[in-house]
Design a protein around this ligand. Structure first.
Ligand code: NDP
Length: 284
């Protein structure tokens, strides 16, 4: 196959393909970034057109979809018949637009989102969301599987990036919450190491709450038998005030409190906390 884009992620993928005996052609804007994988046996394509001509399967690992246009736009005539597997991060809408752009040039797009850091590519922990034409995905699935366990979501090109961004939505928000909480205890001189076991236990129990919320969202019913919006909202206010007293960032707790305020204003005060979903699904 061909791999275009040799940042840490692209290089990790090429190493994996080579380790499994798959001849791999590579191209990168900054040519020197190909040196390591070429030393391991990859073939350096002198131009983008050569990289496209070498194989039907072309994997992209780039910063975003604009980089795809910048690169493939220089060799549009070589795109006919290619299956472009774009594993770069971007929005679902940009994935759909790219599928149309490639189709107009005779190529087909399979969209992917790699769900592990580069150093875990090719390991058992790695998995990758895919969406786009099922037949093209199925044809190339055996080699794509080397990157990580493939999880095919459907024909809609936007789905892979939608799941990718949704997973990172959880990941980034929880990481910020952990840093915020650590700053909160730090305001009283508590160091991160002392707080860590408490934070870990907290994160480990979160999946219980997700089960409860998913059930309520699915049923569209939010019984307020246990944690109501009003009770949790008061806590959200206490976190905001504690942060203010500690002199640390207020943006994160203010955003959380805003969800509770809006839910109360919408009449969910005595409903269960998962009813926040009703205000989160509508931007105001
Ligand atoms: P880098 O930013 O290090 O590499 C990006 C690649 O894109 C480089 O080859 C770079 O070329 C190229 N590029 C960027 N802009 C342009 C442009 N305008 N024209 C031509 N080439 C361009 O990213 P990574 O390798 O870390 O990641 C690649 C993708 O994988 C990203 O979308 C990232 O979100 C995703 N990903 C990365 C993970 C990781 O751990 N690194 C984890 C999961 C997903 P040049 O070398 O010339 O700058």
């Amino acid at each position: 196959m061909t791999v275009i884009g040799l940042g840490p992620m692209g290089q990790a993928m090429v190493r994996t393909f080579l380790d499994h005996g798959h001849p791999t052609t590579v191209w990168n804007r900054s040519a020197g970034r190909a040196d390591d994988v070429v030393a391991r046996g990859a073939v350096r394509a002198p131009t983008v057109a050569d990289a496209l001509a070498a194989n039907e399967l072309v994997v992209l690992s780039l910063t975003d979809y604009q980089a795809m246009y910048d690169i493939l736009g220089t060799a549009e005539r070589s795109l006919g018949g290619r299956v472009i597997v774009n594993l770069s991060s971007d929005t679902p809408e940009r994935s759909r637009t790219a599928a149309r752009w490639l189709a107009e040039r005779g190529a087909r797009l399979v969209v992917g989102g790699v769900m592990v850091p580069a150093e875990l590519v090719g390991t058992e922990q790695a998995y990758v969301f895919y969406s786009g034409p099922r037949a093209d995905f199925a044809t190339h699935e055996p080699v794509l599987r080397l990157v990580g366990r493939p999880d095919y979501l459907g024909e809609d090109h936007g789905l892979a990036q939608l799941f990718y961004q949704a997973q990172l939505d959880i990941f980034l928000t929880v990481l910020s919450a952990y840093l915020h909480a650590t700053a909160l205890v730090g305001s009283a001189g508590v160091d991160a190491a002392r707080f860590l076991p408490y934070a870990k236990e907290n994160v480990d129990t979160l999946s219980y709450f997700l089960d409860e919320a998913a059930r309520a969202i699915g049923e569209g019913k939010y019984p307020g038998d246990e944690a109501t919006v009003r009770m949790m909202g008061a806590t959200a206010d206490h976190i905001l005030e504690t942060s203010r007293d500690a002199g640390i960032d207020l943006d994160l707790p203010a955003a959380v409190k805003a969800h509770y305020d809006r839910a109360i204003a919408a009449g969910h005060g005595t409903d269960g906390w998962p009813s926040l979903f009703e205000v989160i699904t509508r931007r105001e």
